[in-house]
Design a protein around this ligand. Structure first.
Ligand code: ZN
Length: 348
């Protein structure tokens, strides 16, 4: 029995030397003094000893138990002090530290583009007006000089809703122009508005999406000249791209403006210096905006007398503007939700 007591003591000493935390100390205590502990097993074995041996062995084992308990208590105190000191020194909570927080979100490039353009136009005295995306044929086509037989409708084929009697009178708007009619009817003249929003057409290929974002502007005042339109658009483009850009106006056709023009700006990628430029295809110019003086019959449809007031309208694709400004080379990146493309720069 005496040798067993010595064995237990020395194995306890050896294991205690390895203990370096309150948790491992607790494990050590369980191993020796717990219900199935080494020392507990010896105490239980006392019953099997002869009556002569029992008192002496009992005394020795009880003394060992007291000794181990004492050593564990001492060790525990030391460990607690050490752990407290470490916490003081290293892991102290600094309440003045800024929080790690979450990575901040950001506006979608198209929303960002819309905000930038709206800001510039608000500086020129324009207000923002929004209209319904589910629109009536009358506002989307009819009153914009596109009666049902008009071939210009082919360029803007869209999605219709089933109406009673099989008529196709309700549709997803193909441009934000119907909002201009609604605004003229609601607010009258004079009027300066921009209408940003989603529009829909039956196109789906690498450069066209069935849903895209447009922004149109309308100014109705007395004796508005084309030069005001040119000046406003130059202001807008230079403001949006942040520098003076060459521009040119080309004659064009839209059913709702007369005369109609398109605005080209110098290529924002190469400035016309690179004949192999993939953005301008070597022409040095980018088509960015259609516009014109509002057709008198459209002014009339808006409830305004075209003999008294005239004005201009312009429209551009916000997706295209975002792609040009932020160097995004595929329209589909704007809609596929892959944020890594925008975080890493290009071609993720
Ligand atoms: Zn170019």
């Amino acid at each position: 029995m005496k040798s067993q007591v010595e064995e237990v003591r020395s194995s306890f000493e050896a294991e205690a030397a390895e203990v370096n935390s309150s948790a491992s100390l607790q494990e050590l205590k369980v191993r020796f003094l717990g219900k199935k502990g080494t020392l507990t097993a010896l105490l239980k074995s006392l019953g099997s000893l002869s009556p002569e041996e029992r008192p002496l062995a009992g005394e020795a084992l009880n003394a060992l138990r007291d000794e181990l308990e004492q050593k564990i208590e001492q060790k525990k105190l030391k460990l607690i002090q050490a752990e407290d000191a470490a916490a003081e020194a290293g892991d102290r909570v600094d309440v003045t530290m800024p929080s790690r927080g979450r990575p901040a979100g950001a506006f979608h490039p198209v929303a960002q583009t819309m905000h930038e353009i709206v800001n510039i136009m608000q500086g020129l005295g324009y207000s923002v007006v929004q209209g319904p995306e589910v629109e009536e044929d009358y506002y989307n086509f009819e009153c914009l000089n596109m009666p049902s037989w008009h071939p210009a409708r082919d360029m803007q084929d869209t999605f219709y809703f089933p109406d009673e009697g099989g008529e196709r009178k309700t549709l997803l708007r193909t441009h934000t122009s119907p909002t201009q009619i609604r605004a003229m009817l609601q607010y009258g003249a004079p009027l300066r508005i921009v209408c940003p929003g989603k529009v829909y057409r039956r196109d789906n290929d690498p450069t066209h999406s069935p849903m895209f974002n447009q922004l149109e502007g309308l100014l109705i005042e007395k004796e508005v000249s084309f030069s005001v339109l040119k000046g406003s658009l130059r202001e807008l483009m230079n403001g949006f791209f942040g520098r003076e850009l060459k521009n040119r106006f080309r004659a064009s056709y839209f059913p709702f403006t007369e005369p109609s023009m398109e605005l080209d700006i110098e290529c924002v990628e190469c400035g016309g210096e690179n004949s192999g430029c993939r953005i301008c295809k070597g022409t040095g110019w980018l088509e960015v905006c259609g516009m014109g003086m509002v057709h008198p019959s459209v002014v009339r449809a808006g409830g305004i007398n075209p003999d008294e007031y005239n004005g201009f309208a312009f429209g551009m694709g916000l997706d295209r503007m975002a792609m040009l400004k932020y160097g995004i080379n595929d329209l589909r990146y704007l809609f596929n939700g892959n944020v890594s493309y925008f975080l890493s720069g290009r071609d993720a």
